[in-house]
Ligand binder design. Sequence first.
Ligand SMILES: C[S@@+](CC[C@H](N)C(=O)[O-])C[C@H]1O[C@@H](n2cnc3c(N)ncnc32)[C@H](O)[C@@H]1O
Length: 226
Amino acid sequence: MVTTFRKTVRDIVFTNRQLARLYYFVSFSRPVLPQWVGADYYREKSSWELQPERCPCDLEFIEYLQKMNIQDQTIFHFGTGSHHILGLENQKLEKPNEIIGITASAPEHQEYIRLSLKDRLLAKYYKVICTDIFTLTDRSLPMLDVVSLFHLGEFYMPEDAPFVHHNEESLIALFLSKLNPGGKILFYTKSIGWGNAEPIIKSFEAQGKIHKIEEYKNLLVYSPGF
Ligand SMILES: C[S@@+](CC[C@H](N)C(=O)[O-])C[C@H]1O[C@@H](n2cnc3c(N)ncnc32)[C@H](O)[C@@H]1O
């Protein structure tokens, strides 16, 4: 009985994803969430252009780095978009930060390659890896000064557990373990995944693992510990 129910749910999800893929195929538009189309299709087809009205987090992050005069630090950035605005703006600083960006999207990564072939200086300070953030481990990350986890709560899919090392809780714990003294971890309250992310962040806060040090527009800035 339970097995039949699970199979029915799986069949419905599968059919809906087939329909969603068909929709994106015929409309020439890009999927926004892997939950709609499945992780494989999302990774192959998604691409996010800069949309300041809809998602200002990267622009606010750039402003925050400028306001706090954060230069010559090591930054990890979750979700580059196809615009790579963070890397492009970072290059203009007197002492650029060393930024590691991550994207799950092949078209966004191809755009990074195109930009860095056009301008070799981009890759000097901005490296973009194309993989699922939940596959990262202690061994794939350096020590970091600033981490943006703006898209926490948006993309984790329990069905992908066999292919990754983390869920959202253990991902935060991983990044906290990679923070240098004085390091900061930033979240984004206008994310479409904020409803999922907020209780996780609150639970880390309640356990004394992080504390909020400041807010900048829609960004919350935390440091490890009490
Ligand atoms: C909505 S876009 C936002 C991009 C950019 N931060 C902005 O606001 O313009 C989400 C970003 O997260 C990336 N992303 C989604 N799921 C991911 C995952 N599992 N691992 C790594 N990156 C992921 C996408 O490739 C994309 O760059």
